[in-house]
Design a protein around this ligand. Structure first.
Ligand SMILES: [Mn+2]
Length: 233
């Protein structure tokens, strides 16, 4: 089976619970659509686990893009100098919840640090695939909707930072799976739940904000929540 989740934001416990819940096995593929790190404590722990699993496909999010610039600075700086705000990138990352990630990263040896940097830099932004008779486009975010179709020519950064037009059908024959915006912000009634509408599947269920982690099976469109779905209703 093919699964997708996003925006783990350091919620390691829920990540491992989810792998149990979906009975994730070697025959499955799990796409993780960015923002694994920051805000929560366990981002580096999750990344290290993902790196060990050949059937986890990591797509980068805007948090990884912010982090990797500073991670490179840290690797190049003398020991003990990591906490000095040296750059605008460093400041931007700290403002956006990077501190727990930075602390965990600094505690690793240089070889592991380098492996994490390479893992993030090698992550694609977009994947397209077929499952269960449907065509899917996977990315952390999407360019803003543009009536004339210009969204297709938007710069790559829009797939990390863009605000998808969830009320617009981007393509009739494709489902667009995205994270980045918690579903409770898209539609308050869907707080902590996956939203499927207008050929969009929004899967950031706000785990780090005390809502839920969501996962969708793309073959069956079945939804999974480690905290349970019933108690939310
Ligand atoms: Mn994001």
């Amino acid at each position: 089976m093919i699964y997708a989740m996003a925006d783990l934001h350091g919620c390691a416990e829920q990540y491992f619970e989810m792998l149990q819940l979906i009975r994730f096995s070697k025959e499955d593929t799990l796409y993780i659509l960015g923002d694994v790190i920051d805000r929560g404590e366990g981002g580096i722990k999750i990344l290290l686990d993902m790196m060990r699993r050949p059937n986890v496909v990591f797509l980068a999010g805007n948090h990884e893009q912010m982090a990797v610039k500073v991670m490179k600075e840290i690797v190049e700086s003398p020991p003990g100098m990591e906490d000095i705000i040296l750059s605008e990138d460093h400041l931007l990352w700290m403002i956006n919840g990077g501190d727990p990630t930075k602390k965990a990263f600094c505690a690793l040896d240089k070889k592991r640090q380098q492996e994490i940097i390479e893992y993030i830099l090698s992550a694609p932004l977009i994947e397209e695939l077929d499952a269960g008779g449907r065509h899917f486009h996977l990315s952390h975010a999407l360019p803003e909707w543009d009536e004339s179709g210009l969204w297709e020519e938007a710069p790559w950064s829009e797939y990390l930072w863009g605000e998808p037009g969830y009320d617009k059908v981007y393509r009739e024959d494709t489902w667009f799976v995205t994270g980045h915006i918690p579903t409770g912000i898209i539609d308050p009634e869907m707080d902590g739940r996956i939203i499927k509408k207008n050929n969009h599947i929004a899967i950031d269920c706000g785990a780090v904000f005390g809502e839920n982690l969501g996962c969708i099976c793309l073959d069956t469109m079945e939804e999974f929540y480690p905290k349970g779905q019933e108690e939310k209703q």
